[in-house]
Design a protein around this ligand. Structure first.
Ligand code: NAP
Length: 284
């Protein structure tokens, strides 16, 4: 049976390190502050928000909430971002996405200072990922995949990795972060031919498509002892949470696999907290 790569121990490990770093910041009169910018009250935003507040509370980060109407005027949202940019007490900002208004979302992304962009939504942050330079922050879920692999000592050097999905939030940045760690990455998407064959030739598969139970035994080569990272969060036909990977079918065929829930998602808020602490340290 596969090793189950649970997110909680990796998250806990990150948190313990953060507690120490926050203590040092506080001894220098700096309390790291994260501003949450939420439009409306979508259930998944509320659930993410409560996870963030819990995680930040555990490590000593203060959370400030700015809640706007789902259809607030353009100027109201942009003004909130301007104020956060100017506020020296706010070290990081996360704006829950997607917004209903794509053009407004882009304007908000363009306005936020990369040094406060703790969820990697600005072009500056993405440029930092692509050029492997210290500009802004990587998108948290993409970074969470790397943290999870690191925590379980899964070496990436020279490994063939198939990344399924090319979004700016996960697929693209995680592909670059993996290459920065010397992996050979094949980035796949909905038009990729021979997807299952590419996966069968890969040492590691990272699934981030939003397609319930899509990756099944046809994507697996048992001899390769593959590692499967499932980023997907979907609702299956029975109304239950599931990933992009058919966990029960693959569990006996691969070397290691993340569960959903309790895998990558459990690490994401800790990565966000780490980014806020790092932003505060840079400010110092
Ligand atoms: P997205 O923006 O919808 O992107 C999905 C990507 O998957 C696209 O690049 C798409 O290809 C590709 N894709 C879709 N169907 C495919 C298929 N049949 N074969 C190959 N590629 C396919 O989604 P996202 O925001 O990246 O999120 C992906 C998943 O991660 C979702 O389930 C989401 O809920 C989950 N998620 C998890 C976390 C976490 O913390 N664990 C955080 C955020 C999101 P095209 O580009 O060609 O359309």
């Amino acid at each position: 049976m596969a090793e189950i790569l649970k997110g909680a121990p990796a998250a806990q490990n990150l948190s313990l390190n953060l507690i120490k770093r926050v203590e040092i910041l506080k001894s220098k009169n700096i309390t790291p502050v994260l501003e949450i910018l939420r439009l409306g009250a979508r259930p998944d935003d509320l659930s993410y928000e409560s996870g963030i507040i819990k995680r930040c509370g555990k490590v000593g980060i203060e959370v400030k909430k700015i809640i706007l109407d789902a259809s607030c005027p353009r100027e109201e949202l942009l003004n909130a971002i301007k104020l956060a940019n100017q506020d020296n007490k706010v070290h990081g900002v996360i704006m829950f996405r997607p917004l209903g208004n794509k053009e407004l979302e882009q304007a908000a992304r363009d306005l936020l200072k990369p040094e406060k962009d703790v969820d990697g939504m600005t072009d500056g942050s993405l440029a930092g990922v692509f050029s492997n330079r210290d500009i802004g922050f990587a998108p948290c879920t993409a970074q969470a995949c790397i943290e999870l692999l690191d925590f379980y000592n899964i070496d990436l050097t020279g490994k063939n990795i198939a990344v399924l999905g090319r979004s700016l939030v996960i697929g693209r940045p995680v592909s670059i972060l993996l290459q920065n760690k010397n992996a050979t990455v094949t980035m796949c998407h909905s038009k990729t031919k021979n997807l299952a064959e590419i996966c069968r030739q890969s040492d590691i598969i990272i699934a981030a498509m939003g397609r319930a139970n899509f990756v099944d035994k046809n994507f697996i080569n048992k001899d390769l002892k593959q590692v499967i990272i499932d980023v997907g969060i979907n609702i299956n036909d029975e109304g239950k949470l599931c990933g992009d990977v058919n966990f029960s079918e693959l569990e006996s065929l691969v070397k290691a696999i993340t569960p959903v829930p309790g895998g990558v998602g459990a690490v994401t808020t800790s990565v966000l907290a780490e980014h806020v602490v790092r932003a505060a340290e840079k400010y110092l």
